[in-house]
Design a protein around this ligand. Structure first.
Ligand code: TRP
Length: 458
């Protein structure tokens, strides 16, 4: 894909918002948000998440998009362009997707497996008690099966990049994403007919303040980075494709709103479903794979609904995985170390090696280094390193860079280019210069102490 093509595709006023939302909505909303919400005590996490998304996430998104549009460069060059000493921020940020995409594809592999199993009419296998954990740990069919499904998903993504059809996938996802939303709403409506549903809804929507801890904030912040695709240079690159006559503030508001709404709907679909089966908040990372199959099984025409649902989830996951992988590929190209073909090759090899380690991390390569591995071996470790360590660091340095090196006005002027309004200019400035860096530094320090098991936040 040439740069001109991608610039052209963001030319419409809604084009930018749709493209950025398609990459933002993915497993972060459908898998990680419900899992964290259930882990951090339900409603209280949801409230903290919404508040932080609309203040902190929204501000950081404006900052990144404006930085990209101002420089017209991808994240590697954007920082260096404004101040050569800071080029490294862009490089580190851009390497984060390299650590995310392998485990993203492992979860994508689970989705593909769930799709295939329900499509051949074996939905009832998925509802067996403990199936998800026994499957990923190799107790049901050995480690080969989860490895193969990871490879299938990874191959689909690599294939899209080799064929250069990622724009096509993105266009397709603009039809499929609304379909997924409609289906989620339908499933939620059906779930309200199930017994015990209100316990789950109460857990999800009624905040229990006694469950509030510093950990809630840390979890919510890590989820904001992950779900809104922040602090890894993505939004800078997207911003560089954006035209001057599109409002950055309005776009950032819409992307944040779409992404947050999808996450909240996903939680409403998945968390109460677990309660209807007496699972409560105990399923951890497997929540999405454990809670839904029984709902489908109890549903009229569930054998048809289930595969369609997993297919739509697969597409949402693929659009995100493809754009993550595309970032990795373009980083290697940008660093002028390799041509596109070689870059695809190097990225794919890294993806497959780290991905296989992640799959085997539930079996022979199982590793547990305290809270850092989140009870999920290498998957938990990759997830913690990126979301709880690297991304906060990048976000802190980005705020300092904008607030004190190039000055906030460079960014606010970009947002106000061509006479655009910037309603939240004052709060934005305060957020970027003071609130974000201070809050993030606290969270990073306490988060690290907690992750290494030196000090518990709970
Ligand atoms: N936000 C995506 C999700 O919710 C995951 C993601 C993180 C992503 N960084 C990204 C997707 C970069 C595309 C590009 O699933």
């Amino acid at each position: 894909m040439s740069e001109n093509e991608s610039r052209a595709s963001f030319s419409g006023k809604v084009g930018f918002v749709l493209a950025a939302s398609a990459s933002a909505v993915g497993l972060g909303n459908l898998w990680r948000f419900p899992y964290l919400t259930s882990h951090y005590g339900g409603g209280i996490f949801v409230i903290i998440y919404i508040i932080l998304a609309l203040t902190f996430g929204f501000s950081l998104m404006i900052a990144e998009v404006a930085l990209g549009r101002k420089t017209g460069k991808s994240c590697i060059s954007a920082f260096g362009d404004l101040c050569s000493k800071y080029k490294w921020i862009g490089i580190v940020a851009a390497l984060i997707p390299l650590l995310i995409v392998p485990y993203y594809c492992v979860i994508g592999g689970w989705v593909t497996k769930w799709l295939a199993t329900s499509a051949i009419g074996q939905l009832d296998t998925l509802t067996e008690s403990g199936y998800w954990w026994n499957y990923i740990t190799g107790e049901i069919s050995g480690m080969a099966d989860p490895t193969i499904w990871f490879l299938v998903f990874a191959a689909l993504c690599i294939g899209c990049i080799v064929l250069g059809v990622d724009r096509g996938i993105e266009r397709l996802s603009k039809i499929l994403m609304p379909l997924l939303l409609i289906m989620m709403i339908g499933i939620i409506i059906y779930e309200f007919t199930l017994p015990n549903i209100w316990d789950g809804v109460n857990f999800y929507l009624n905040p229990d303040v006694s469950k509030l801890s510093a950990g809630t904030f840390l979890g919510a912040i890590s989820q904001i980075f992950y779900s809104m695709s922040l602090a890894m240079g993505i939004m800078i690159t997207y911003g560089s494709y954006m035209k001057k006559d599109v409002s950055i503030e309005r776009s950032a508001r819409n992307i944040s709103a779409i992404d947050t709404s999808v996450a909240i709907l996903a939680g409403l679909m998945i968390i109460p479903a677990a309660f209807t089966q007496g699972l409560g908040d105990s399923s951890g990372m497997g929540l999405m794979f454990v809670a839904l199959p029984q709902v489908f099984e109890s549903m009229p025409a569930g054998e048809i609904v289930a595969p369609i649902f997993y297919l739509l989830v697969l597409f949402a996951a693929m659009t995100s995985a493809v754009s993550l992988l595309e970032t990795v590929v373009s980083v290697f190209v940008d660093m002028k170390k390799a041509r596109r073909k070689q870059s695809i090759m190097i990225s794919s090899i890294i993806l497959i090696v780290l991905g296989v380690i992640t799959v085997l991390g539930f079996g022979p390569l199982m590793i547990d280094i305290g809270p850092f591995s989140q009870g999920a071996g290498w998957l938990g470790i990759f997830d913690s390193i990126t979301n709880s360590v690297l991304m906060p660091i990048i976000a802190i340095v980005t705020c300092i860079f904008i607030g004190y090196v190039i000055k906030v006005t460079v960014i606010t002027d970009e947002v106000k280019a061509e006479g655009m309004a910037f309603r939240f200019e004052k709060p934005f400035t305060v957020m970027i210069k003071y609130v974000c860096p201070v809050l993030l530094t606290f969270m990073l320090v306490f988060g690290l102490l907690d992750l290494f098991g030196i000090f518990s936040l709970y």
